[in-house]
Design a protein around this ligand. Structure first.
Ligand SMILES: *Cc1c(COP(=O)(O)O)cnc(C)c1O
Length: 424
């Protein structure tokens, strides 16, 4: 079944709820939903913001708290594998992003890791002034870059461009930006609002031709679609642990540094956990070999245990099947929304081609925030992004085709029924 089979033209009958049920019954990923503890009456379309709770997480955390911490006490740093947890969980994330196991670790938050990697990248490009970012990219990414430039004593400057303009600028086609002045490009693989998918391999190649490095933010792509960092020759990447990776609220982030850069990279918060020999308590900082030098302080072992269970929900999942289902879910949603909600002034803010989208879409409507609140009252969880976007995420491991059908029908209902007055 190709995604086009969901394309709905005026003469086609809309897929019924029963048709969606037959698709769910034939879904090669249908067994994965049982790995999650989802409330029965809720249609959860916000796994791109906070992944659902894996069933294994609560018992694993209980065991870790009561046994490893409670009984094992400090010996658990070695006996329970706490010391290796960042590298171990990183290695489990690696296949989801096309990295080698020793190229990924887990640390801090995405924001902090962006700072660490951007600073490290800039140190590798000392003579170049510009950091290119994307207009409308996730705020933290832009804030961190702006502050790096602000503290650089004038040596660095951030320019925010439309993502579609980046390729031309990197190819030297801009009259205002010299390609040889670009040190670093920082870009989300998938746009957090519209789901637009940027060309990871193409932009990486163009940046390298210009002599620049690229830091990819994979927050909305890790676990949502296959990513091939090695195949793309990527330099650096970060991403969220609590979105599609299901690591729980505030889960630590993951960090990727290509093997070929690991020798030279120096991060700005070189603390004892990234020291070559933490328990030597040496006088001076000496970075560890390999990816471990990206660590700073003591990691949250409880959070790492939860993230490990989140990542384990992908065990045995074929990422090609994940991608295929994600595209079908998204297309079904957009087609049904166009047919059922279009008359109420709802339009799509996402690329029409499923190949150009990640695993979420955005609909535009002036009443977005209130509609999302009313959907929540009706058991459909999505989210709103100002000024007028409703965002719907399709985590392929647990979202079903019937969920899409039900969500669109309830959105239609919310649009068709005037909001209740407050005093009713
Ligand atoms: C969710 C998200 C973040 C979150 O950063 P935190 O430091 O975890 O709060 C950063 N960047 C992008 C693109 C995101 O989507």
């Amino acid at each position: 079944m190709t995604p086009q089979e969901f394309a709905i033209s005026a003469k086609d009958p809309l897929p019924s709820r029963e048709t969606c049920e037959t698709w769910d019954a034939a879904d090669p990923l249908r067994g994965f939903r049982a790995r999650f503890d989802l409330p029965k009456t809720v249609v959860y379309l916000d796994g791109n913001s906070l992944g659902a709770l894996p069933r294994a997480t609560a018992s694993r955390l209980r065991e870790m708290v009561l046994e490893e911490w409670g009984r094992g006490l400090i010996a658990s740093w070695s006996k329970a594998g706490w010391m290796e947890a960042p590298a171990r969980v990183g290695a489990r994330i690696a296949p989801l992003i096309g990295a080698a196991p020793h190229e990924v670790t887990v640390a801090d938050s995405t924001s902090v890791c962006i700072y660490k990697l951007a600073m490290a990248a800039l140190a590798l490009r000392p003579g170049r002034r510009l950091i290119l970012g994307a207009l409308g990219d996730f705020p933290t990414d832009r804030y961190v870059l702006q502050q790096i430039a602000g503290r650089s004593g004038g040596a660095r400057e951030v320019r925010l461009l439309e993502p579609s303009a980046l390729a031309g600028v990197l190819s030297g086609l801009s009259t205002r930006i010299a390609a040889e002045s670009i040190a670093l490009v920082v870009l989300s693989h998938v746009d957090y609002r519209t789901g637009a998918l940027n060309d990871l391999a193409g932009l990486t190649a163009k940046a390298h031709e210009a002599g620049a490095l690229v830091l990819w933010d994979l927050s909305h792509s890790a676990g949502a679609l296959p990513v091939d960092l090695r195949g793309a020759g990527a330099d650096l990447a970060v991403g969220c642990g609590y979105k599609y990776l299901n690591g729980g609220p505030g889960a630590p982030a993951f960090v990727f540094v290509a093997e070929r850069l690991q020798q030279d990279i120096r991060q700005p918060i070189g603390g004892w956990m990234g020291h070559t020999d933490p328990f030597a308590f040496a006088e001076t900082y000496e970075p560890a070999e390999g990816i471990r030098r990206m660590l700073s302080g003591t990691p949250s072992i409880l959070a790492l245990a939860a993230l490990e269970q989140g990542v384990a929900t992908f065990d045995g999942a074929d990422m090609a099947a994940v991608r295929a289902k994600s595209k079908r879910l998204g297309q079904l949603f957009l087609d049904l929304a166009a047919a059922r909600c279009g008359e109420f002034g709802v339009s799509s803010a996402s690329p029409p081609d499923p190949e150009r989208r990640g695993s979420h879409v955005a609909l535009r409507h002036p009443g977005a925030a209130e509609l999302v609140a009313r959907l929540a009252e009706d058991g459909v969880i999505a989210d709103a992004r100002p000024p007028d976007l409703m965002r719907f995420g399709f985590a392929p491991l647990y979202v079903r085709y019937v969920d899409i059908h039900d969500a669109v029908e309830r959105l239609r209902h919310a649009l068709a029924t005037p909001p209740r007055r407050r005093w009713d």
